[in-house]
Structure formats: C-alpha cells, structure tokens
Design a binder for this molecule. Structure first.
Ligand code: SF4
Ligand code: SF4
Length: 178
C-alpha cells in the first residue's frame, strides 16, 4: 500500500500593506487577547503584530512576530517598492537582539504570533476594518522534522540571556521548594 503523507492545516494571514492606514487596531487587540487575564489590559509593546508607521512617507507595514533569532544578522536589506524606500529590518519577523520589537517588555522573552490559538479567526484580521489583513486556510503535507515548541524557544532565550547553568540551578531550586 502506498505511504500516504499526513496532511496539516496551514493558516495564512495575507498582508496588503497598500490598504493599511496605520490605525493600530491589530496591535491593540493582539496585546489585549494575550494579556493575563485575557482582555485585562492592552499595550502594543506586547503585541505579536507590529505596524511600522511613517506617515510622512506614506509607509505602513504590518509585520508578524516569527521565530526567535539568537544573534543579530550581519547583513541588512533595504527595499525600494513603488519608489518608497523601506528601512533595514522593516520586513523581518524575527525577535532578535538588535531591536526591541517582539519582546515581552518586562521579561525580554521573545513573542511569537500563535494565530490566536483557540479562536476561529485571528483577531487582528477580524479587527482590521480595511481588509489590509485577510485570512485563509489550506492543507499541506506534513514535514517529518520536528520543530521546537514555545517552551523550548523560551528556555533557549533565557539560557542565552542568563547562561544555561543559572537556569538549571534556578529550576532545581524551584523544584525543591515545590
Ligand atoms: S488594523 Fe489593519 S489598517 Fe489598522 S494598522 Fe492593523 S493592518 Fe493596518
Ligand atoms: S493572529 Fe492573533 S496572535 Fe497573531 S498577531 Fe494576530 S492577533 Fe496576534
């Protein structure tokens, strides 16, 4: 019998930067949804989508938080689209050491878009009144390789910040208390 590869559902948010007016409703609802308790506060610095806004140059670019990067990259990209020049790092989704976006302001831990886990539709898409963000789902064959989960990514970030030994000592101390 032929080996059938498993299918997975892929969720896609499409961004049309030409439609974005920089209202930042997406940042507000994302930070509010992820507040603890849910909806208890909003702070765009905690949002997993950030809108790069330069009204004088008519530049509005919504960018989603992607993977955490241990080191900043040594190269930089500059884009010119329709005569508008975009700053270096403008389209990058990484939480990385060279910028403050996509980091939890208090702990410095990396933030990553989780597609509003548990919700039928990503809330930033729902709140974008001008359809700069749209949502679709499709099926793809599942890759074999395993990706690190959120806990692993968080631990890696802590280990890079404080050193692995310190994290292990802290966990050992906490488990003794518990
Ligand atoms: S809600 Fe839509 S229009 Fe407003 S900033 Fe976000 S992407 Fe842009
Ligand atoms: S999909 Fe959800 S988690 Fe991701 S940026 Fe939008 S509101 Fe935030």
């Amino acid at each position: 019998m032929k080996d059938e590869k498993k299918k997975k559902k892929v969720k896609v948010i499409k961004i049309n930067a030409d439609k974005c007016n920089g209202c930042r409703a997406c940042e507000m609802i994302c930070s509010s949804f992820h507040a603890a308790p849910k909806y208890s506060s909003n702070n765009p610095a905690r949002s997993r989508i950030r809108v790069i806004r330069e009204p004088l140059r008519d530049i509005y670019v919504p960018v989603y938080a992607g993977e955490y990067a241990v080191a900043e990259c040594t190269g930089r990209d500059k884009y010119t689209i329709d005569g508008k020049e975009y700053e270096e790092c403008a389209f990058c989704r990484a939480s990385c050491p060279s910028r403050s976006e996509f980091k939890e302001p208090d702990s410095g831990l990396p933030l990553k878009c989780d597609m509003c886990e548990g919700e039928e539709m990503p809330l930033c898409v729902k709140w974008c009144q001008v359809d700069a963000l749209t949502y679709e789902e499709r099926e793809e064959e599942e890759a074999e390789e395993e990706k690190p989960g959120d806990v692993e990514t968080g631990l890696e970030a802590l280990a890079n910040k404080y050193g692995l030994q310190k994290i292990m000592d802290t966990v050992a101390r906490m488990s003794q208390k518990g």
